[in-house]
Design a protein around this ligand. Sequence first.
Ligand SMILES: Nc1ncnc2c1ncn2[C@@H]1O[C@H](COP(=O)(O)OP(=O)(O)OP(=O)(O)O)[C@@H](O)[C@H]1O
Ligand SMILES: [Mg+2]
Length: 427
Amino acid sequence: MGNCMNTSTRVDNALNSHHPAYPSKVTSKTSLSSVPSNLTKCSSPSTLTIPSYGERSESLPTPQTEGEILLSANLKAFSFNDLRNATRNFRPDSLLGEGGFGYVYKGWINEQTLAPSKPGSGMVVAVKKLKPEGFQGHREWLTEVNYLGRLHHPNLVKLIGYCSDGDDRLLVYEFMSKGSLENHLFRRGPQPLSWAIRIKVAIGAARGLSFLHDAECQVIYRDVKASNILLDSEYNAKLSDFGLAKAGPTGDKTHVSTQVMGTHGYAAPEYIATGRLTAKADVYSFGVVLLELLSGRRALDKSKVGIEQNLVDWVRPYLNDKRKLYRIMDTKLEGQYPKKGAHALANIASQCIQNEAKIRPRMSEVLASLEQLQDPKFGVLPPQIEKSKVSNTNTVMKSPVRSHPSPHWSSAGGSPLPPHRRSAQIH
Ligand SMILES: Nc1ncnc2c1ncn2[C@@H]1O[C@H](COP(=O)(O)OP(=O)(O)OP(=O)(O)O)[C@@H](O)[C@H]1O
Ligand SMILES: [Mg+2]
């Protein structure tokens, strides 16, 4: 989940300072955030209807208490012992990563019974273990169970089960073998993502968000960022971390009032300023992710100088200038991207990050525009043939080589971990 408002992860808006290279969370005390059962406070007080998106529709009863949420989620309830066995006692070499919520381990369970199985046999899962840091972590854990237990879509990560055993809180997800988009964009090591894969990832994430925003009971995700977009073996993107998700406004209401939560560099300006949350805040954050896909730079990077520290501020003047766009393009693409497609993507991103929320497009419109980028006229070819074909066309735009230091990640026992972002945050 990783979006805990516990003391180690919380950043007061007014007192913010950042780790040199990593974005930090933002909170401010504009109002209290709601409890997870808000998911259900929609036009229909007793049911949650989720529209089909090539998958299935569901009409679910409204859970109210924690017990009801856990029961209604239709998830496997694991014991702590189950998950200890599934992860080989949370061995360091099973570690997949670390976020604000805690550590994430690789584990194995039996596909049919969901009982822990021998490493290497059965189904691989990702087990997230909450750091024992109090009520807020528990609250986000429950929010995640509430949303992901009931929302199902190919572009949302699948929650398989949970564990609530004494003080221990864990979540068990489908394993996403390519890790997070953040790893691919900013980590040294893996092959840089090709242009076609970047478009595929953007489309997948946009589908997930459109699904949430267009649900009969709208869900605002509130934590769109590269580390929350996970990739499966074929680079299908899935949104993870629903700990900050909120029910959208209902009836005549234009927004929901919340305590400001999110991540610096991604959070929409009007939301930070007022705490008034609309789905357009997600659109803004998604625009920032598009900028990261274009530029290969982090939303916030204090290792850079001046205006380049903030990606939105730095790129804004270039986005709609066809002659200058190359200056902000990711040098790791080595010029292997179609000029027209890059301009179109920059244009979509620029609309998403407009300061005035009302004139930002809806996610469904963003999705439709992104899907058009797969049209051959924008130069995107299927990922497997893209490189050879594109390099034979003259649609490719060359960008000058520019030094592009990425932050280092430490790697222990084959399990790459980002540096401790949390410790850099002000509480
Ligand atoms: N389902 C999964 N499959 C494979 N790897 C995962 C899965 N979920 C998380 N991970 C790995 O664990 C890392 C940590 O994830 P986590 O969601 O806890 O934190 P985060 O998103 O990086 O940070 P934040 O706390 O700011 O959201 C991810 O970057 C990813 O590499
Ligand atoms: Mg995350």
